[in-house]
Design a protein around this ligand. Sequence first.
Ligand code: ATP
Length: 367
Amino acid sequence: MKAHKIAVIPGDGIGVEVVAEGLKVLEAAGQKAGLSFDFEQFPWGCGYWLQHGAAMPPDAIDILGHFDAIYLGAVGLPGRVHESVGVREVVLAIRSGFDQFANVRPVQPVAGCPWYVSHRQPEEIDFVVIREATEGFYCNIGGRYEPGAAEVSEVTPMRPAFARSTEIALQTGVFSEFGCRRVIRYAFELARRRDGKKRVTSTTKSNALTHAMGMWDEIFEQVAAEYPDCEHEWFHVDALAMRFITNPERFDVVVASNLFGDILTDLSAVLVGGLGFAAGGNLSETGPSMFEPPHGSAPDIAGKGIANPIAAILTAAFMLECLDEPDAAGTIRRAVAAVVEAGEVLTPDAGGSATTRQVGDAILAAL
Ligand code: ATP
């Protein structure tokens, strides 16, 4: 029997609740498909930080390096631990530790999910957003300065408001030729592999961000020339955001730099019925990839047993696809679709009154 070693980090808040359902469904789908999973759970996150002063132990990356994939719930304990702790010490540490450069978000709504774009039907929408996840404006480069400081002496005279300010903050985006080319090439490869429209859409803003997005546009055109079998097109990010809502059916693979992708992927979550239904993964070509539902720890509903586990369950299906187990993934997707379409066992975010566990059990039964 084929076995996959999966590191499981349930994390905090609803992360713990939804991962429990995801594991249940994974086990059952694995049994049906003749797979076994070797799950090892790690109690890391903000709760761990409160006890140990660090969100993960110092050798966490070494430990995780021995697994085929990482399955993460959510990290964060807003109000108790600063928001940056979970993001920087867990999510970004793992992303950068394994060079997980592509944050991938499938946008494949399931019939029966909450529906916000009434001019389109769920079956018309099937695309993927790929966000570069290691560089751009998330490199944390910059600082806060007094207007007279040497670091801002060149920028202070640029605008009247700068000179009148008590403080000036610089936040530098770093875009590497290699990083842009790698993620754009990944997008074209995916478009070629997918049974879709073979169209890659680039997200830019080179009319305003001339240096970084100018380079991005040039690389996009160069890579597109290597894939004559795929269509390519681009939109400025503001126009693209509008088209996500007005024409979501036109997209196949959308590629974006880190900040633009961060915003667009939350917008794309609306197209699948909200955060309770959105799946995601951070893919690496050199180490384990990490699969996490894009929602956070949702402290407003944590502990109430009403979090929607479908995002985490579809994330598990996506993990199986990336582990080259399409049959087991397909079984999960069909079971989720059956439960959502029946509409009888859904959590409150989806208009139902079921608990997290009841939805997990219903999907298990449909399997
Ligand atoms: P964090 O600080 O950990 O990111 P958050 O409250 O800022 O948490 P999210 O958890 O991403 O942000 O979600 C925002 C809101 O969406 C939540 O407060 C919750 O009401 C709702 N939500 C998110 N995920 C789910 C889910 N799986 N099921 C039901 N509701 C959800």
